[in-house]
Ligand binder design. Sequence first.
Ligand SMILES: NC(=O)c1ccc[n+]([C@@H]2O[C@H](COP(=O)([O-])OP(=O)(O)OC[C@H]3O[C@@H](n4cnc5c(N)ncnc54)[C@H](O)[C@@H]3O)[C@@H](O)[C@H]2O)c1
Length: 273
Amino acid sequence: MSNNLLKGKKGIISGALNNMSIAWKVAEKAHEQGAQIILTNAPIAMRMGEINGLSEKLGNAPIIPADATNMDDLDNLITKSMEHFGGKFDFMLHSIGMSPNVRKGKHYTDLNYEWYKQTMDVSAMSLHKMLATAMKKDALNDWGSVVALTYIAAQRTFPDYSDMADAKSLLESIARSFGYHYGTAKKIRINTISQSPTVTTAGSGVKGFDGFINYSEAMSPLGNADAAACADYCVAMFSDLTRYVTMQNLFHDGGFSNTGVTQPVVERFATDI
Ligand SMILES: NC(=O)c1ccc[n+]([C@@H]2O[C@H](COP(=O)([O-])OP(=O)(O)OC[C@H]3O[C@@H](n4cnc5c(N)ncnc54)[C@H](O)[C@@H]3O)[C@@H](O)[C@H]2O)c1
């Protein structure tokens, strides 16, 4: 159901790889709520061509390939987006993450440091690069909103999340630091949404993901939040109803982050002494 929460708003959505991607759902929901959208992803991620189907569903939303670590690509993305929209726009979604160390099974205590740099660049510095490019080009309307997706491994240790945990800590810090500067300069708000484990291509890359997601479900009073619910939250953050929320890490996790233990988990560990 549409409440036209984003009527008249325009924005860029990164990271829609396939219909399991969180960004895919955000694009669908933002469109449903009246937004005009431009889709972007790494050129290599376009090979499967699935993004074309999403573009059609969104009324032929333009697709502008950009490697989010490459400043020329980002310059082109922002310039072309402004051309398409006929000026400034209102929101951006950063839904990008990748760790070569996790992908190739390198243990956290024995990282490949070139890959570690790539993890940081793709998963965290890319947010800084997107924001810096948008700011230089004065691409966002006042009170615009930028959201990046993160995970609670930034605050607490989940061993198999490996160097992605470090990247998420940096990502959340960039949201705060850039949020200060872009906020004072242009009233742009920047937040991270810390999402429950979700079955997607990136999510399932984490070793033992099954156990991980089931544990999280058992430890969340409301259960794990799914990608569609995360998309609803992103839409709310892009809307004018959240104008004074900035520089925050917002947990969207069914209560997991504030739960010490749940009754089902206690019962699982109970022994008759
Ligand atoms: N799935 C989960 O359990 C979960 C939980 C919390 C947070 N997140 C975060 O949500 C975001 C989206 O992930 P997802 O779960 O939808 O998985 P996904 O695999 O569908 O999305 C990850 C995206 O990152 C893109 N990407 C990778 N390298 C890139 C680059 N150099 N330039 C541009 N794009 C690049 C990929 O093409 C892909 O579209 C990530 O930041 C992820 O860490 C996921």
